[in-house]
Design a protein around this ligand. Structure first.
Ligand code: NAP
Length: 365
């Protein structure tokens, strides 16, 4: 509706208003419209945008947002589920959630409809279901879900921090009609609390139907993260697990070791020490169950733990070796100097077998 208000006199009530048909019409054509006026009033248009009979721009924007928005169900509304919901909600998606604990109030404050049982949630027919439960409970949760209540074209997404296990188990339990997208946002409520800009988001399109609407739905879901500035990384679940064991699992392990060690802030913290304190804080925010899941369900984790152990031993050996050298010097003084030239025998080579003749040759340099 275009509202024309007279500048003079002010006592005209109600203000003159003209109703225009919706189409065909353009914002500019409205400005050149001159209705016959009985008294010669000077008319001034106060607000073009608000007064448009049909605010085409905002209509287009609303239409676009609607077409991009998804009906997303979050299964497992704990630490990470709630963290994701904040951003999904801000972006205008319709959110539903189910968890074994009742999070009704928290959900309400985040604009999420909370369901007390998965049957009711699934009967609301979300387009996307995100599995945000702990790694350890995944199989049990999947076995208990009433998939028959969902639409056959539902997109199932997981955010588990281990990916090969997630892929295997989703393929095992989900109906074949469902699409499967395995993802791992490589950040959490601590590291991503201010922004997701530049943070890695790993995904693997494990099984997506050929239909255009299925393809575009996955893209719309991925766009949720891309829009926040995430660094989108497409890689296989196996590749993810290899990289994650060497980076994420090691990070969590060091954070937990230092937490046990009992780091405390001091008045003379160096920058490096502050980094360690931050690491402890970030890892302490995650449940032990999550850490245990990283270890149990990533086959590469054990090797990394052993490497850490060996590295720690090697550092200790190097330090103690130097200390031993100084100690011997103090004990034996110069009398021990020739010891360096004596043949070095590595006694426990070959699982304790006697050293070969080569191994006892004196070192020449
Ligand atoms: P978590 O301890 O790994 O999982 C907690 C969630 O699992 C809660 O929603 C909890 O439900 C649910 N749960 C645990 N045991 C269950 C069971 N037996 N039956 C049903 N539900 C059960 O902590 P989280 O940080 O929230 O992580 C959730 C998922 O996100 C995990 O798969 C994790 O690998 C992934 N992830 C986490 C982060 C992170 O930074 N935290 C980052 C990326 C990915 P209730 O609360 O209702 O008990």
């Amino acid at each position: 509706m275009l509202t024309l208000i007279s500048a003079k006199p002010q006592n005209l009530s109600p203000p003159l208003s003209f109703h225009f048909p919706l189409f065909p019409f353009s914002p500019t054509s409205s400005l050149s419209f001159h209705p016959p006026l009985k008294n010669t009033l000077r008319l001034r248009i106060r607000s073009i945008d608000a007064a448009q009979p049909y605010d085409y721009e905002s209509h287009l924007r609303t239409q676009h947002l609607k077409s991009q928005s998804l009906k997303i169900a979050i299964l497992g509304f704990g630490n990470f589920g709630q963290f994701l919901a904040k951003t999904f909600s801000r972006q205008g998606h319709t959110l539903l959630a189910y968890s074994r604990t009742k999070y009704t109030d928290t959900a309400k404050s985040l604009g999420v409809t909370f369901y007390n049982n998965p049957d009711d949630l699934f009967e609301s027919h979300p387009e996307v279901v995100i599995l945000c439960t702990s790694i350890l409970s995944t199989e049990k949760v999947l076995q208990s879900l009433p998939f028959q209540r969902l639409k056959r074209s539902t997109l199932f997404v997981d955010v588990l921090s281990v990916k090969e296990f997630a892929k295997t188990i989703l393929l095992k339990y989900l109906p074949v009609e469902f699409d499967i997208l395995c993802t791992h946002p490589m950040f959490g409520p601590e590291s991503g609390k201010n922004s997701w800009d530049g943070l890695p988001f790993v995904y693997d399109k494990v099984r997506i139907g050929n239909e255009e609407d299925r393809i575009s739905r996955v893209e719309r879901f991925l766009d949720v993260f891309a829009k926040e500035g995430c660094r989108m990384v497409e890689m296989t679940c196996a590749e993810h697990d290899r990289h994650a064991a060497g980076s994420q699992f090691v990070t969590h392990t060091m954070g937990r070791v230092l937490e046990r060690f009992g780091l405390e802030s001091s008045p003379i913290n160096t920058k490096g020490y502050d980094t360690l304190l931050d690491l402890v804080e970030v890892t302490a925010g995650d449940s032990f169950e999550l850490y245990y899941g990283l270890f149990m369900y990533n086959k590469n984790a054990m090797e990394q733990l052993e490497r850490l152990d060996m590295a720690f031993e090697a550092i200790k050996k190097e330090l103690f070796g130097k200390l031993h050298h100084v100690y011997r010097k103090q004990l034996f003084g110069n009398a021990d100097e020739g010891a360096e030239d004596r043949p070095k025998v590595q006694k426990l080579l070959h699982n304790g077998a006697p050293p070969s003749a080569d191994a006892v040759k004196p070192e020449t340099s």
